[in-house]
Design a protein around this ligand. Structure first.
Ligand code: PAF
Length: 279
């Protein structure tokens, strides 16, 4: 695996590959890699001539400075995992490389996606995600971008940003990879202690409760019962919501027809966990 730290270098190498007719798959990450990330690398490898993974802990998407400070950094292990997965290129830029001093950040029109769920509870987060993914896509210029469905709203935001910028890149959203007990894999899971790891299962249990109990009609009761399931188990809940799976419009009354997704974000002590389930 080649490790590249500079934008001009990665642009040069990948432009050459593309001009030779090679396809490029791209997996952007913030490191602390787990089997979910590796499954994206494997998918990209099976569909492209070249696979690029980026590791960059993007400061502009952290609306909370402590969250950024506590973000796990495991670069040596990450490199080992990427080598094992036979990833072709790791793009590992510095903050100064991605954010040139004095450069004004672009603003993206994300509509209601920015005002609900993660957008509501993490103001500015999706602007930061779009800024960095836009810069990464310009540098890598992939044929296909691979993202995990665990960040359901992020996938929709990036899709919207890519459409607004006319990127000629296919977005593939890949199923969430789960531990044997169904906890969604996440870089933040490293921070869970033994008791928190057990309690973390309440998130998927709550989502499954919604899936099994949902009926056409008003959804306020099922949402509040689901929230209670989490608060009773020590969580501070940001949201327990049900939304249109295509648009993410929040749904209070279900016609029994529309495809829905249930989404949860909640804190276990100071660790924020998110997950979702198509209903
Ligand atoms: O999902 C992530 O890890 C990040 O939000 C991403 C897409 C790599 C942008 O920093």
């Amino acid at each position: 695996m080649i490790i590249i730290k500079h934008i001009d270098k990665i642009e040069e190498i990948l432009a050459q590959k593309k001009s030779n007719g090679k396809t490029i798959g791209f997996v952007p990450t913030m490191g602390a890699l787990h089997a979910g990330h590796i499954s994206l690398i494997e998918k990209s490898k099976s569909e492209n001539d070249f696979t690029v993974c980026s590791i960059f802990v993007n400061p502009t998407q952290f609306n909370n400075a402590i969250d950024l400070q506590k973000y796990p950094i495991t670069i040596e292990k990450d490199i080992d995992q990427l080598e094992l997965a036979v990833c072709d290129i790791l793009f590992l830029p510095s903050t100064a490389e991605m954010y040139v001093e004095g450069e004004k950040n672009e603003h993206y029109n994300l509509g209601m996606l920015e005002t609900i769920l993660e957008g509501k509870y993490r103001p500015g987060h999706f602007q930061g995600v779009c800024i960095i993914v836009d810069k990464l896509l310009k540098a890598v210029n992939p044929n296909t971008l691979y993202l995990g469905e665990k960040d359901y709203q992020q996938c929709m935001v990036i899709k919207k940003m890519m459409a607004s910028k006319n990127y000629d890149v296919v977005l593939k959203v890949c199923e969430t990879v789960r531990e044997n007990d169904e906890l969604a894999m996440s870089s933040r899971n490293i921070r869970l202690n033994k008791n928190e790891r057990i309690a973390a299962l309440k998130i998927i249990e709550t989502l499954k409760f919604i899936k099994s109990e949902i009926k056409p009609g008003k959804l306020d009761k099922i949402k509040s019962t689901a929230t209670n399931l989490l608060t009773e188990n020590g969580y501070k809940v940001d949201y327990t919501e049900i939304a249109d799976a295509e648009t993410l419009e929040l749904i209070d009354y279900w016609d029994g027809d529309k495809k829905l997704v249930a989404l949860v974000a909640a804190y276990l002590n100071d660790i924020r966990l998110i997950d979702n389930l198509i209903l």
